[in-house]
Design a protein around this ligand. Sequence first.
Ligand code: HSE
Length: 357
Amino acid sequence: MRIAVLGHGVIGRHVCATLEASAEHELRWILERPELATAPKMTADVSRIMNDPEVELVCDILPGTHPSYEYMKLALEAGKHVVTVNKAALCFGFRELVELAERGGLCLRYEAACGGTIPNVAETLKLAQTNELEAVYGIMNGTTNFIIDRMNREGADFAPALREAQRLGYAEADPTADLSGFDVKNKIIILSNTAYRCYCTDEFPVCGIQRLTRGILDGFAAAGKTVKLFGLSVRRGERYAIGVAPVVLPLDALEAHVPANFNLFTLRGDKAGEIKLYGQGAGGVPTADAVVRDIQAIAAASARPGGAYFSRALVYDPTLLSGAGYIGGTRYEGTLAELCARARAEDKFLAFEPATL
Ligand code: HSE
């Protein structure tokens, strides 16, 4: 396929290198900032890419919602397939982009937007062919897992552990997106849409790890527990709930042992039961590989989720995510939404213990 890559950061460079080395694809354009667009094939003018009738597929590896969303729209309107790593832009216009792709008979694929190299989207789509998906949850952010892991294993403090995650290229350009849970928020929306075959709400409780301290982790460790930042999504019949929060785990839980930038996603189907997907949720080479797998899948004309796929109308019901919340040493019961609101009002760390998932 003839391909244009928008963005030439850590992931973009690895994707371009793979395409340059490939016999079956041609890297035609790289969109780069004007001051850096000096090498062959580079342009700072996106219209050259969109107006090039030979470009069949646009690979969006830009940061931030805009202009990534607008460029994906332009590409689809110009009859080009789209692969994106950009979860914020995808969440911003999920329905519009899916419908545009559907109308044009095009593919829109987004594996790398949901957990680096881990094939969450591909497995969710496969599972949804034979199962009703009942839950998607787990560790969905490499940066926060890296920080908690360093604090737990090496006694590191929060700030140096974050700096190390940034140095290794795991954190978003603005790491508050990782720490606040916003990065996980986008991933759990995209995976819930894909799992439940509907367009889920983006209004749900989100608590991050900004207020996490060594003292809090030590307190849980003394009780044989730890906390990890989770994306949480459950469905019961026609109702569903979504949330993001630090979740209390026994030390022998699989998630408690997930190291460094790794993620662990759980998918639960009514027939398959639980399936756990483990791998690197962040990092240049692993994430670039997920992008290239999407390109290969489009080249092989594999199945795609079109507009009809997302045609369900489920009801958002926050009571499905209820349990206990530990806030400033006190245990409260309630929905995750109520517990998040209390923690935010008190400006304290929340550790959530779901009653059921
Ligand atoms: N900043 C993200 C993370 C990158 O740490 O998981 C992958 O989405």
